[in-house]
Design a protein around this ligand. Sequence first.
Ligand code: KG4
Ligand code: ZN
Length: 350
Amino acid sequence: MIVLGIESSCDETAAALVTEDRRILADLVAAQLEDHRPYGGVVPEVAARAHLDRLDKLVGQAMREAGIGFGEIDAVAATGGPGLIGGVIVGVMTGKAIALVHGKPFVAVNHLEGHALTARLTDDTPFPYLLLLVSGGHCQLLVVEGVGRYRRLGSTIDDAAGEAFDKAAKLLGLGYPGGPMIERAARAATSPVMDLPRPMKGRAELNFSFSGLKTALRHKVEELGVLDDVKRANLAAGFQMAVVESLIDRTRRAIAAARESHPALSALVVAGGVAANTALRLELENCARHAGLDFVAPPLRLCTDNAAMIAWAGLERFRLGEQSPLDFAPRPRWPLDEDAPRLIGAGVKA
Ligand code: KG4
Ligand code: ZN
């Protein structure tokens, strides 16, 4: 089985071809960093136009790299949400058109499910596993019980982890995208790093919060006045350490909770753009080792947004007999655990 995947929900235009025996035949990503850099963040309208410009060509290039024709694919999968709606529409329309013209099934994929199932593409990780999903728009701990079966243990009550990195980088004048910039700046830290609060640390509930940390960082920046490279590096390192410790504290608690409900828990998996952070990966690995769990972190290029994960999630759904109607409507919001009660404020169920 071969599935074509399309991703266009944020600022990466991507196309990939993946096989059922977990081979990636092509995996192309056209980032839009330069389009958005002048604005210091992703501009939805700019992103949608860039997807429209590039997606067709990228799909063609992926097909050539894989050395196959549309007749040889079994299904077309495209991100159907959640994300910036203009971009999602471009991807869904492109996917539907290819499916219609070549008489192939169409599968709309939840972008978060793409991240959630990547560990099965890269490492064949068996269900159930605990997933820490940390990206620019999301920060969640989930037990992945099966395809389409996600039990959320906690999520952020304000900013996502990647969003926090991006905002902190802006405060420090480090530019965009924030995560990699903070990580690079932190590497140059020399003196003791800046001490910043660890949000939610020690709390029993499994939610995250990063806005207080961001405020604390802003106060430090204001207090220090003009930042030289050393101060900037120490602030970046302090911020990174606070985020990592907070993520680890929640994850450690989530492992205990997940083991209670799922004694057969196989692994701790990390996914999403922030999973590219080396300090976080190291600490998560330690955390898993102490708990006697396998640790799975996809290679960096499969942590950030890509289409191989969309092709794979589409393939997992398709081989279970699922496909989407051609009138599928793109979804700006699409929680993974749709049946779960909504988390409002500090995780109070409503
Ligand atoms: O998953 P992703 O590529 O896009 C979304 O679906 O959001 O994640 C992008 C996010 C951005 O906020 C970026 O700053 C963050 O991931 N990120 C990192 C690193 N690389 C990317 N955060 C921390 N450290 C990194 N090395
Ligand atoms: Zn993502």
